[in-house]
Design a protein around this ligand. Structure first.
Ligand code: EPS
Length: 389
């Protein structure tokens, strides 16, 4: 079983995560993890905070001689901004040391502020927003990077791209994965369509000037996935359900699609389902279309796994919306915090990490193994059976 927890507040000392279930013998490249962390920090439309942070993961346990031990892996990411927040955020600061004027009482519509404060009986919204902040996603990206390293051992590739920002759509359907990767890595927005990127940047500039924020859509594609990950037998083993949950749990995500997604509800069945063919020389079943997004009945069918997630605009607005003070009940404008105008490129990297984790978890469940050697042996035996269908 692959599982993880994260801990940490946005302006606390650090973010930490414990990841369990990675088999022993996986080479853990700190460079790769740090590279993914930096990728999450980039992207046009981010705020000043990203100029302060330079995320890197310290590996505290579960690794020796550069390889995993099969024991829990602890990763720690320090918040550089902590220095500026210590007097407010140090766990040992006493209530009497916290000034009344530092308390946040004006909840932002669309944020966890109000519901969280009522649920946890808090009179200072900071006690909610510090943990609900998308800063936490740095830890998820570190976990996803480790999962990705495991997937790479089986030549499974996870690629993501921004496909829409503020209503501007990218057109990349006729590009190969390699071309998408190349163009995406050159893009300030992680978007492989140059013309669309230009329009997206203009939209972000406009939103910045207007004190507003923008959302968008990203896509994650997984290639070289073996047939048979996930299962049809139980609700919590269906891979599409798990992917949707993992993506929906990312801050500000409001919708998830697999393959054709919502569009499949508008077409007749004959124009939705992917017809089945058989290549006798290769002993292989295959499809000419992939509208199912690589998953049927909660199980991978050997085609590309294709998922998309929609992110709402960030709720912290420079020109704030109406709200109500949680203490005085006065009508007020919502709190204005330093924030990002558009974090879709960052969310794309987080989405990729979330998908990598779920795919690695499904691989671990199917092929088991306490060591990577054992897992690969089980995988090879199954793939031999699949190659002789
Ligand atoms: C965030 C608000 C901003 C973002 C932050 C998420 O932080 P701050 O309030 O310190 O300016 O920059 O994102 C990150 C710190 C990050 O690493 O992604 C929020 O309210 O969710």
């Amino acid at each position: 079983m692959l599982r993880y927890l994260t801990a940490g507040e946005s302006h606390g000392k650090c973010l930490a995560t414990i990841l369990e279930g990675i088999p022993a013998g996986l080479k853990l490249s700190k460079e790769f993890i740090d590279g993914e962390l930096r990728r999450r920090q980039s992207g046009y439309g981010r705020g000043k905070r990203m100029e302060i942070e330079e995320d890197e993961a310290e590996i505290l346990s579960g690794v020796r001689g550069g390889e995993t031990l099969g024991s829990p892996i602890t990763l720690l990411i320090r918040n550089r901004d902590w220095e500026n927040w210590q007097s407010l955020m140090d766990p040992l600061v006493q209530p009497e040391d916290l000034k009344e004027e530092d308390k946040l009482t004006k909840p932002r519509p669309g944020h966890a502020d109000l519901a969280g404060a009522i649920k946890y009986s808090q009179k200072d919204l900071r006690n909610i927003l510090e943990r609900s902040s998308a800063r936490e996603t740095a830890a998820r990206v570190a976990v996803g990077a480790v999962a990705n390293l495991l997937l790479q051992e089986f030549e499974i590739e996870v690629v993501s791209q921004v496909v829409e920002i503020g209503g501007v759509k990218a057109h990349t359907a006729d590009l190969t994965m390699e071309k998408i990767l190349k163009a995406r890595d050159k893009s300030k927005l992680g978007c492989a369509d140059k013309a669309a990127e230009k329009l997206m940047i203009e939209k972000i500039e406009k939103a910045t000037k207007a004190g507003d924020s923008l959302g968008g859509i990203f896509e994650v594609v997984v290639a070289n996935v073996p047939i048979g990950l996930g299962s049809h037998v139980h609700w919590d083993r269906k891979l599409d359900g798990r992917l949707a949950q993992a993506l929906m749990s990312i801050q500000a995500i409001k919708g998830v699609e697999i393959g054709l997604g919502f569009e499949s509800s508008r077409r007749p069945g004959s124009n939705v389902h992917d017809e089945i063919y058989y290549e006798s020389k290769k002993h292989q079943f295959y499809r000419k279309t992939n509208r199912a997004g690589g998953i049927e009945g909660g199980t991978t069918n050997g085609e590309l796994v294709v998922v998309r997630a929609a992110m709402k605009p960030i709720p912290t607005l420079k020109i704030p919306l109406q709200s109500v003070d949680i203490v005085s009940k006065d009508v007020v404008k919502a709190a204005v915090e330093r924030s990002d105008v558009c974090a879709v490129p960052a969310a794309t990297v987080v989405g990729e990490a979330a998908v990598a984790f779920e795919m690695a978890k499904a691989m671990k469940e199917k092929f088991g193994g306490d060591s990577l050697t054992e897992m690969k042996r089980n995988y090879a035996s199954y793939m031999e059976y699949v190659s002789k269908l």
